[in-house]
Design a protein around this ligand. Structure first.
Ligand code: ZN
Length: 234
């Protein structure tokens, strides 16, 4: 797909979403107030950080920086659409880091700090942003994994997966999948919770894409659109 066509597709999708979002909010205002539900807060989690760089590509591309770049763009875009957001980490640092502790112990305190941020949030929806890596370089394509603890997780994951395919990589045939029970946050969180693996750093062509800021913007648009569709139910 060429860049001009893609931009028009994304602009059209955003316009449709904006219109449906405004109508959905207006139509449900009375019901929402009566139910006294707090509006959802989108908790955006840039995976890794600080001592934990995550995956590294063949040319040295580092996962933690790309995760943060995409997460920041999702926060800005979602905020533009009136979504309340919270970042688990807003900078390059890991959470609750103790230099005297082992890497293993710091990974535990870091992930528990992320869990606490979500649990301290009223009505959270959790999107964690990561990049994939595999021993075989042929594998590529974004894939979304969902927690089985909340019925909303799968809907969110499927919408994100569909928008990542439509807006970033129409040749990607991956499907949203239930997360392995060994993934701590997917096992522990009760809210709608997903991990977006935005692509494979082990695939040279995808690593080159993932190193570009324009591609981070493209991924952020797809993720934000998927979230808005999930939140408004359209
Ligand atoms: Zn990761």
């Amino acid at each position: 797909m060429n860049g001009g066509l893609l931009r028009r597709l994304i602009a059209g999708l955003l316009l449709i979403l904006l219109i449906s979002w405004v109508f959905a909010r207006g139509g449900s205002a009375v019901r929402t107030l009566a139910a006294a539900d707090s509006p959802p807060t989108l908790v955006i989690d840039a995976g890794h950080g600080g001592f934990d760089g995550g995956a590294i590509g063949a040319t040295g591309t580092t996962e933690q920086d790309i995760n943060l770049s995409i997460a920041r763009r999702v926060q800005a875009l979602a905020g533009f659409f009136g979504v309340q957001t919270k970042m688990t980490r807003a900078d390059e640092q890991a959470l609750d880091y103790h230099p005297e502790k082992s890497v293993r112990d710091n990974k535990v305190t870091d992930i528990k700090a992320r869990e606490k941020i979500v649990n301290d949030t009223m009505n959270p929806v959790f999107i964690s942003i990561h990049l994939n890596k595999f021993s075989d370089a042929q594998y590529h394509g974004a894939q979304v994994f969902y927690s089985k603890n909340n019925a909303g997780s799968r809907d969110l994951a499927e919408r994100l997966q569909a928008d990542l395919i439509a807006g970033a990589d129409p040749a990607n045939h991956r499907q949203a999948k239930q997360a392995e029970s060994t993934i701590y946050l997917m096992k522990k969180l009760d809210c709608p919770a997903v991990i977006v693996e935005c692509g494979f750093l082990s695939n040279p062509a995808e690593e080159a894409l993932l190193a570009q800021e324009d591609y981070h913007k493209q991924l952020a648009v797809c993720i934000t659109c998927g979230y808005l569709q999930h939140a408004s139910g359209v």
